[in-house]
Write a protein that binds this ligand. Structure first.
Ligand code: G1P
Length: 287
């Protein structure tokens, strides 16, 4: 197992699919029950042993910094009122000083470009990438992926089977071998039309990548949708850095869409003993 201590979180997206909710609020701070979706991704990374968090922002998302910074005045108020549970939850959300880095992405040129913007913060070591739109409920997928990340040069990618008609929404693996848990791949294609999709094994927003990924990203070549695609960079270095698709045991929600966001709230609510009976009762009355 390779030790991976740094994770990159691209958080510069516009949140177009969730407007008008995300007109004033960064989409990464939309809440699933009582936590911002970005905090769920941070917690998942932490459970996988990540200690340094690199947020790639567009410079206007000060609310994200506020959420992950300690607020000593608020902590004192909660302590004085003896609200210890809330105090613990607030403290637990904070990332320690020096472990949170913000890097700027000036133009929305694509996921590959966002990851490239983090190159100096990452340095010359393997690192994780988590797309906070994808909430994964259950075991940390980063932890599960690391258990299969045996070679520091390997490119590990969380994958799931999708219906053929959905391949155009995802990066898709060109599968070579597949033992039901880990697949080896001959390559990767971004958002292929179902008629040319090499498989139905789609990429979910969790990656463990070697620093070699920055070589093709430096070239800033445009790919699908006229964007600099992370998928293309992964494919470009497959010769020296083998691609492994790793299935995860958790349940994934696309929180960048209205439907996925509502599903996530119901699923996380059902897992919360205080909220579960409320949902159950409401569903009975609704119908
Ligand atoms: C991105 C990646 C894609 C991946 C998807 C997972 O696409 O480019 O390969 O399958 O995330 O959520 P996006 O959804 O940002 O268009």
């Amino acid at each position: 197992m390779t030790a991976v201590k740094t994770a990159v979180f691209p958080v510069a997206g516009m949140g177009t699919r969730t407007l008008p909710a995300t007109k004033a609020i960064p989409k990464e701070l939309l809440t699933i029950v009582d936590k911002p979706v970005l905090q769920l991704a941070v917690e998942e990374a932490r459970a996988g042993g990540i200690e340094r968090f690199v947020f790639v922002t567009s410079g206007i998302k000060t609310a994200i910094a506020t959420h992950f910074r300690r607020d000593i005045a608020l902590e004192k108020k909660l302590e004085a009122k003896n609200k210890m549970d809330i105090l613990d939850a607030v403290k637990g959300a904070a990332i320690p000083e020096g472990d949170l880095l913000f890097v700027e992405q000036h133009e929305a040129l694509g996921l590959g470009h966002a990851v490239w913007c983090a190159r100096h913060a990452v340095g010359n070591q393997p690192f994780a990438v988590l797309l906070p739109d994808d909430a994964i409920q259950g075991e940390s997928s980063i932890k599960e992926m690391l258990a299969h990340h045996t070679d520091p040069k390997q490119q590990s990618i969380a994958v799931m089977e999708v219906p053929l008609e959905d391949t155009k929404k995802y990066g898709v693996l060109d599968v070579e071998t597949d033992d039901g848990k880990v697949a080896t791949a001959k390559g990767m294609v971004e958002k292929p039309d179902p008629s040319v999709a090499p498989s139905r094994l789609a990429v979910v927003g969790r990656y463990i990548l070697p620093p070699e990924i920055f070589h093709p990203l430096n070239e800033k070549k445009l790919g699908a949708g006229n964007e600099i695609q992370l998928t293309d960079a992964i494919d470009a270095i497959k010769g020296e850095c083998p691609i492994r698709g790793i299935r995860f045991s958790g349940r994934r929600f696309d929180c960048g869409s209205k439907k996925g966001f509502v599903e996530a709230n119901v699923a996380y609510g059902m897992a919360d003993p205080e909220v579960r009976p409320v949902i159950e009762n409401l569903l009975k009355t609704l119908g």
